[in-house]
Design a protein around this ligand. Structure first.
Ligand code: ADP
Length: 493
């Protein structure tokens, strides 16, 4: 099966979050299952700063964006596994910038940039010869691809026969732009209506993807249910509910070539479930040195790695720190970047408890690995969480997650109730109501369990043995592809 995968970021080329991890590892998993996958990405400035092998392929063309024609140059590379071809579409005006999408404010021309990307991705792939069976699009940045495939590229032999799958990684990011940007898309105004591309007067890229794609998926079964009603659907619950027969939820896997304490080169000593205490202690020593501490703190270490935004429940964490940091039961470390007001609130908290809270504001992949290896407990108290990767990485590294029962967190973590501990299925501590008391209770349960060495050792060993690799999820995507191919494409209205 020939699959064209269109995403706005993929590790190791460019990354701001979990989408990059998925788009950088799912294609290789599909290739191992027999698919021939071509991944298309924007050629951001970041791509060239990483020393990856990226070569020109002599393919250039122009893409019309409204009244302008923008030049596109196509470069090629491969994913590190070697089994996936990567096409990178370059246009310096669009992608030679310091960050992928903007800073505190999005870039004002993001609609133009990702209209360009969607069209250039299809044109680059459409010039590659053999037809694709599946065009798999990720998030709003690739949201116009299904509409383009059906409306503008229906005569391209390599593109026309394909079925399109739209995967949602987060409903809160929809790509909303003012209605005049419809002129830039090159699509007819008649598609700008409440059932297709319009959303309360604005142009909505994700909605276009949900309406024009032949099938839709999201990154966990629970999130697939949550987005068909308020508030999870973020205004598109009606669109999703009306397509529930075409919607599936598949939990992300993790790339064990990158995330495995047995082989990870970002940690000082590799470890497995048999010697995790030695490996974790070595990581603790290295982390203390990195942070400028004389020696590691003997108290349990509670870590948080992630974007410091409302979704991630950082407000609860700040209240939790106010309650717990003075109590002396644990040490905390937070690694993240995001909302400036949240960063400031955390800075104030860290300054108030210098011997108990470490805060690193920034995006540092090596430090994320070291911290997840060093920690005992990882906090993921999200308001909502489509899948969540941090809890999967944490479990792989023998770090027990404390999570809120939502989305993919509910699907991947089993609360350590006495029954689950007895059956050997427990993997973390879960709380349900979104409030500090509930989080505090779950963290306290985790700390009590940590103090019971035989119980904790058993829990860590068990959690480290769980298989979160892409194999099963890759197969689930293959089944979705097969089902799509067996059905006619969704007709254009
Ligand atoms: P989301 O995609 O919503 O940001 P996920 O849990 O799915 O959340 O994925 C987050 C990914 O980004 C993980 O690989 C995590 O380790 C990484 N990450 C987030 N913030 C940072 C940071 N400040 N430094 C390093 N890695 C980070």
């Amino acid at each position: 099966m020939r699959v064209l995968m269109v995403a706005s970021e993929a590790a190791p080329f460019a990354k701001t979050g979990g989408l990059a991890d998925v788009a950088g590892s799912l294609p290789s998993a599909l290739a191992r299952l027999g698919c021939e996958v071509t991944l298309v990405l924007p050629a951001y400035r970041e791509v060239f700063a990483k020393g990856l092998s990226v070569e020109p392929m002599g393919l250039e063309f122009e893409v019309s964006i409204g009244a302008r024609n923008l030049p596109a140059r196509v470069l090629q590379s491969r994913l590190p596994t070697g089994n996936v071809r990567v096409l990178l579409v370059a246009n310096d005006e669009c992608f030679d910038r310091p960050t992928l999408y903007g800073g505190a404010e999005d870039y004002p021309d993001n609609s133009e940039r990702f209209i360009f990307f969607a069209r250039a991705a299809l044109e680059a792939a459409g010039r590659q010869g053999q037809p694709f069976d599946i065009i798999h699009c990720h998030d709003w940045q690739a949201g116009l691809v299904p509409a383009y495939q059906k409306l503008l590229y229906a005569s391209w032999p390599a593109l026309a026969p394909a079925r399109t799958l739209m995967t949602i990684h987060n409903m809160a990011y929809q790509g909303l732009f003012w209605h005049w940007d419809m002129l830039l898309t090159g699509l007819d105004w008649r598609y700008f209506n409440w059932q297709q591309m319009e959303f309360y007067g604005q142009l909505n890229f994700l909605k276009a993807g949900l309406v024009f794609a032949d099938a839709i998926s999201t990154v966990s079964p629970t999130y697939a249910r949550e987005i068909q009603r308020e508030p999870g659907g973020c205004g598109l619950e009606g669109v999703l509910a009306s397509r529930s027969d075409a919607l599936s939820g598949i939990v992300n896997g993790i790339d064990t070539a990158i995330w495995d304490p047995r082989t990870d080169r970002s940690i000082p000593r590799n470890y497995s479930e048999d010697d995790f205490d030695v490996g974790k202690y070595a990581a603790r020593v290295a982390l203390a040195a990195r942070l400028g501490h004389a020696a590691p703190d003997p108290r349990p270490l509670i870590a948080l790695v992630g974007r410091l935004v409302e979704q991630k429940g950082i407000d609860l964490v700040i209240e939790l720190l106010a309650r717990m940091a003075g109590g002396g039961r644990a040490r905390f470390m937070i690694l993240g970047t995001g909302n400036p007001a949240t960063e400031d609130a955390l800075r104030r908290m860290a300054a108030a408890f210098p011997g108990t809270i470490d805060l690193v504001i920034g995006f540092d992949e090596g430090l994320a690995h070291l911290l997840l290896a060093a920690a005992d407990i990882a906090l993921v108290p999200s308001r909502y969480e489509p899948c969540g990767l941090t809890q999967l990485y944490a479990m792989r590294y023998g770090t027990i997650p404390v999570v809120r029962a939502t989305g993919g967190l509910a699907d991947t973590v089993v609360d350590a109730s006495p029954a689950a501990l007895g059956e050997g299925t427990a993997s973390g501590f879960m709380f349900e109501p979104f409030n500090t008391a509930a989080l505090d209770h779950a963290v306290s349960r985790a700390l009590d369990a940590h103090a019971d060495r035989p119980l904790w050792t058993g829990l860590v060993r068990q959690v480290m043995q769980r298989d979160w690799s892409w194999e099963a999820s890759g197969r689930a995507y293959m089944q979705v592809y097969e089902r799509m191919r067996a059905r006619p494409p969704v007709p254009v209205r």
